[in-house]
Design a protein around this ligand. Structure first.
Ligand code: C2E
Ligand code: CA
Ligand code: CA
Length: 819
């Protein structure tokens, strides 16, 4: 029995070793010799630890302890060491050995080499892990690409397997597995046939197929799937299964549909637009890619013609201009639409407002041009006309001040280049107001047009003549010597003097000229100002057709005065004058019976100017003629407005001061007649005041004129009576109605007996000659009562009121106040 046992132990494949409790090896079978590499005689009596690796020493102690307690160790997987030092895996079963009395004396251990099994296990696990990785990778790939995969087993019945992603795409639950029937119930009814045909065909033809179809998602909405599938066959060649992948292409299909819809919309827009829309390809060949039908209306060429003959583009737009536009685009200058000139089929010039886009390839080369072109020909023509109007005078067509300034700058620049100078001639028609007033403004306009035309003719081609004021022109030209300047001035004077034919016969006009020649370093404003100063000086000569050349003294000495003259010139045009009204009170009833109109000038820089500041100068320059006309016209208009306003003002008479200079101009009677006529007032309400002193100069002449004036129905007053010759002769010979005693004699009334005597005799003479008398400059109550005692008719002065602006004067009258 024991021997049998020993034989079993010997023949066992497992290493069987007995050891005492202290670990001494007691037996060692041949399997142990093979496994550990130690012969039995080498290890018997040795400690068991020679086959235990260091890291298993602890395990060994606990095994020994367990044995000592009578426990056994079953199939412990651990490691052991061979004689050659190599370590290997073993499965170890250790049982205690007891003696007869039952006490534990040692242990037997059975060790099986499990190295191979271990390796197989590791390999298997690695494969499993790899498979798992592949699967999760696949799942991820499916999810990422939104691509599901499926397999249709063509058994009886067929079975359908879906990957996770297939479910996910449609939002379906995986735990509710897919079947062939369920699948077909989800496919869009319109797509079922197509799907069957595709699969059937592929199975017959042994080839892969591709199809897009709709399938219902969990919410009932349809998703579009793109499917690639391939049939597989068994050894006998019968169809076994179909493998496929499905990709959700709903977004792409929707985008495609939207794109097609918007394309359709845009095409519709382009086809119906009035704008000419096109795309012109440059590479690989020059051709129209698209032309909207509006091209016919805009260019005269139908789209088909342009498609057929792309070279027509060069007929439409100058190729040089196209190159320019391309360059501008390169510089980023074409962000906004711009106006482009083109030539229509009929040869006419047209304008389009064009938004151009140059299409580039990756290398940056322009390969196509896209454009939206709106026909703006009409607008452009209107603009050109407006621009012309903005820079030209409407009446004569000559450049205006604005354009003149430009031209002067050009002339200065040219002079600098050519070593020349610039001549400026300021030109002002003499007594033009009279022509306007006596012949009518239509005739005045004819004169201006004719003169303008003539001046333009005699101005050198590189020069400019501009209309810079009502009857004022300014010509400039580049000159190299004095003769040229003189020749220009001479030509201008000659053409002015030629009679101007009008409906009412030939008119003769004259003009005063101011001339200045300056170096290129001058400026436009200096040139204009200095020519104006020279003209002012010419006007001061008071002879028709005077010419003055500018010299710098004009600027320095009399700057103020000349500046004032220049200003006067435009003050009427700029509406800077106004009339104030000083009441005249009748001493019969103490009421206001009339007023004297006194001019005021709201000078833009100097403020309110009294007549003393400018009447003298304007008499010298002749401006008074125009100014006097203005005063008369405004006074008459005011008188007419008052008579429309109410009873109290209806009976007022109005006195207007007339300068003797006005009476020296022929045609003055006609001028006055026309103004009075135009206003429609009762001429009997109008009094013209004239200073005594001047009238004396030429009694005969003034007598005639005053008589003619009176025939118009107006009344005439001697102003400032007492300051002149005090001759009574002229009083008798001139047709006066009123006598205005100068304030000089009123000032000391009641104090200076001499003044009292003069006033008394003036009143006596007036009474004898049936003239009414107005005492001027009444400032005090005392003066008033003295005049009342002397039975003076009317008074005027600060005691009643200063000259008042019209509204204040009106309310004073309407207040009904008496004195
Ligand atoms: P004038 O015709 O003798 O006008 C009366 C001037 O005496 C006015 O001065 C007036 O403001 C001032 N005056 C009136 N009452 C008193 C007073 O109680 N005391 C004082 N110290 N002065 C008084 P104004 O408006 O400065 O006019 C000055 C002159 O200018 C006028 O003297 C007239 O000869 C002339 N004038 C005014 N308006 C015109 C006009 O429209 N055309 C013309 N040709 N000359 C005008
Ligand atoms: Ca007066
Ligand atoms: Ca006076």
């Amino acid at each position: 029995m024991l021997e049998q046992l020993a034989a079993i132990v010997e023949s066992s494949d497992d290493a069987i070793v007995a050891k005492s409790l202290d670990g001494t090896i007691l037996s060692w079978n041949s399997a142990a010799e093979r496994m550990y590499g130690y012969a039995a005689e080498e290890v018997l009596g040795q400690g068991i630890s020679i086959i235990v690796p260091h890291d298993r020493a602890r395990e060994l102690s606990s095994i020994m302890a367990a044995l000592a307690r009578g426990e056994r160790v079953d199939h412990l997987e651990t490691r052991r060491r061979r004689k050659d030092g190599s370590v290997f895996d073993v499965s170890l079963t250790v049982s205690p050995i007891r003696d007869r009395s039952g006490s534990i004396v040692g242990a037997s251990s059975v060790a099986r080499d499990i190295g191979d099994r271990k390796q197989a296990e590791v390999a298997l696990q690695a494969r499993e892990e790899a498979l798992e990785r592949t699967c999760s990778l696949l799942e991820k790939a499916e999810a990422l690409s939104r691509t599901g995969s499926w397999m249709l087993e063509l058994g009886d019945p067929p079975a359908l397997f879906w990957s996770k992603e297939c479910y996910r795409v449609l939002g379906l639950d995986e735990s509710d597995p897919m079947s062939v029937e369920r699948f077909f119930s989800l496919v869009h009814p319109d797509d079922v046939d197509r799907l069957n045909t595709a699969m059937g065909g592929a199975l017959d033809a042994h080839e892969a197929y591709e199809i897009e179809h709709r399938i219902a998602a969990h919410d009932g909405s349809y998703r579009w799937l793109h499917v690639w599938a391939e049939p597989e066959y068994d050894e006998a060649g019968a169809p076994a299964r179909v493998l496929g992948v499905a990709h959700d292409v709903t977004a792409r299909r929707e985008a495609d549909a939207a794109l097609r819809a918007s394309e359709r919309r845009f095409r519709l827009l382009a086809e119906n637009a009035h704008d000419f829309i096109f795309r012109f390809e440059l590479v690989p060949e020059r051709r129209f890619d698209y032309v909207s039908p509006a091209s016919l209306a805009v260019t005269g060429f139908a789209p088909e013609e342009l498609y057929q003959d792309p070279s027509l583009i060069d007929r439409l737009v100058d190729p040089a201009r196209t190159a320019e536009l391309e360059a501008a685009f390169g510089l980023g200058l074409l962000a906004d639409p711009l106006d482009v000139e083109f030539r229509r089929r009929d040869g006419g010039v047209g304008w389009v407002n064009q938004q151009l886009t140059f299409i580039r390839d990756e290398a940056g080369a322009v390969i196509a041009v896209e454009g939206i072109s709106r026909d703006v020909t009409r607008r452009k023509l209107a603009e050109d006309r407006l621009e012309h109007l903005g820079l030209h005078d409407a009446l004569t067509g000559l450049p205006n001040r604005l354009l003149l300034r430009d031209r002067i700058n050009l002339a200065l620049a040219r002079a600098a280049r050519q070593d020349a100078r610039v001549a400026a001639v300021a030109f002002d028609l003499d007594d033009f107001t009279l022509i306007n007033d006596s012949e009518g403004t239509e005739t005045g306009d004819i004169v201006l047009r004719v003169i303008a035309e003539r001046l333009a003719l005699v101005t050198p081609p590189d020069g400019t003549v501009a209309r810079v004021g009502n009857d004022e022109f300014l010509a400039i030209a580049n000159v190299v010597n004095e003769d040229e300047t003189l020749a220009l001035v001479d030509r201008m004077r000659r053409v002015t003097r030629d009679p101007v034919p009008t409906d009412g016969g030939d008119l003769h006009v004259e003009a005063s000229l101011g001339v200045v020649v300056q170096a290129p370093t001058s400026s436009a404003s200096t040139l204009v100002r200095d020519a104006g100063l020279a003209l002012a000086r010419a006007k001061l000569q008071q002879v028709p057709g005077a010419v003055e050349f500018f010299n710098p003294d004009m600027r320095d000495r009399t700057n103020d005065r000349f500046a004032l003259i220049s200003d006067l010139h435009r003050a009427i045009e700029r509406d800077e004058f106004t009339l104030h009204y000083q009441p005249v009170v009748s001493l019969l009833d103490g009421r206001i019976t009339g007023a004297e109109a006194l001019i005021r000038w709201h000078h833009p820089a100097r403020g309110l100017l009294a007549p003393g500041d400018f009447i003298g100068v304007s008499e010298e320059t002749g401006h008074i003629i125009e100014l006097g006309g203005w005063v008369l016209r405004n006074a008459c208009t005011q008188l007419r407005d008052w008579s429309r306003l109410g009873v109290d003002l209806e009976h007022l008479s109005l006195a207007v001061n007339v300068s003797p200079r006005q009476l020296q101009v022929s045609g003055v009677i006609d001028q006055f007649a026309e103004i009075i006529d135009d206003s429609g007032i009762d001429p009997g309400k109008l009094t013209l005041e004239m200073t005594e002193s001047v009238l004396m100069d030429d009694l005969d002449r003034f007598g005639t004129i005053l008589n003619e004036l009176r025939k118009l129905g107006v009344r005439i007053a001697v102003d400032d009576f007492g300051t002149g010759y005090s001759s009574l002769v002229y009083l008798k010979r001139l047709p006066f109605d009123t006598l205005k005693i100068d304030q000089e004699f009123i000032r000391h009334l009641g104090q200076d007996p001499y003044d009292g005597a003069i006033v008394a005799s003036a009143l006596a003479i007036a009474r004898a000659m049936r003239l009414s008398v107005v005492a001027e400059g009444v400032e005090t109550e005392a003066q008033l009562s003295e005049l009342r005692n002397m039975r003076c008719d009317s008074i005027q002065g600060f005691f009643v009121a200063e000259p008042l602006p019209e509204p204040e004067f009106r309310s004073l009258v309407l207040s009904g106040k008496t004195w």
